[in-house]
Design a protein around this ligand. Sequence first.
Ligand code: UTP
Length: 407
Amino acid sequence: MKSHLDKTLEKRLYECGQEHLLHALEDLTEEEKIRFSEELCALDFDLFKRAKHFEEKNYENLAPIPIFHARRAEEEKDELEKIGLRAIAEGKVGAVLLCGGQGTRLGYPHAKGMFNIGLTKEIPIFSLHFGYLREVAKRAGAWFPIYIMTSIYNRKEIEDFLKEHSFFGYEPSAVRFFNQNMAPATDFDGKIYQSSPSSLVLSPDGNGGWFSSLVSEGYLDEIKKNGLMWLNVVAIDNVLQKTADPRFIGAVIRENSACGAKVVKKATPDERIGLICRNDSHPAVIEYFELDRLKKEKAVSTHEMEYGVILNYLFRVDEMEKTLSVKLPVHKARKKIPYYRDGDYIKPETENGFKYEMLATDLVERMDSCLAYEIAREWEFAPVKNRTGIDSVESARAMLLALGYEL
Ligand code: UTP
């Protein structure tokens, strides 16, 4: 006879078109069955509905957003840096390094921060980040807190790596780690993949859940107790990333914005970065893959909207708290997903399904205002997504060399 759990699960799997997983359960030992059922029960099936809902989303009133130009930041640098450094010194600013991604395009089997960008010597990407963070801490005279978001897959190796390297000279007690949530991966028909006879393929659920993960790991109390008002959230894969940049922080604080985003002028109209703009009265970021759909459907004019985000945002903590009650949209990202089926473990050569991700860009839309702060690409934007070509190890090394780094 079936237990209540079995029946509820069976109903849920049928409703969500995942009945193939019921067949998988049939051949398992009792112990495996219990474990697998628990994994299935813990799944957030709402994710798929939110992904569908997002695909139907439309942007009715897109318009350009005012840009805080790099020239202006340069002219006002003394005042802006003073404001920024004071906020850091007073303990109002923390950094969040997003390290939970799997770097599938790079095809590197470890966390991207550990990747050696050096040519003749070891220069892990982490060392470049910590080098800049250390410099800012020195100027401000304060070891400001750094929260590192990891996934269940890379948490241990990142912690071990940073400890082995003594946090590249940063004060260890100012560094915290937290794990992000996981989501199932599916084939193109939405059927969840298995990673073994009794487990699912789970992958990190995107960089948009960073604040809720920080909160679920219990850090909000500490943040409030310490009077942290701003969090600077950045991608780890930009080797020129300037985190806790006093000038940027000063500009966002002085302009009284709910958040700030570092932006660059798009290099080409089809550069694969999210476009910053306004949607009705709110700031918004439209991902490049969304833009293609919008252009096709509505002939959206984007010629005046030529600035893209580089995944370096400064958010007010109290504004972020308001987002906790909101479910963020879910994006479907096409990826190569290794999976188990009928006794075989398959490593696909081409994309074979979707990972389900929430994106930090969607948090910008939840804010009342956003300062779009222009940066000079050659100084601050060298993302490492691929091995060669655009946004690659190759292009990042070339940019570092052009700036005089010894690699
Ligand atoms: P990307 O979205 O480019 O993903 O990450 P990725 O994992 O590095 O690479 P691909 O797409 O699999 O090739 C941008 C930033 O967001 C972080 C990444 O670590 C990187 O710093 N990220 C991404 C997370 O922290 N969690 C995620 O679930 C996804």
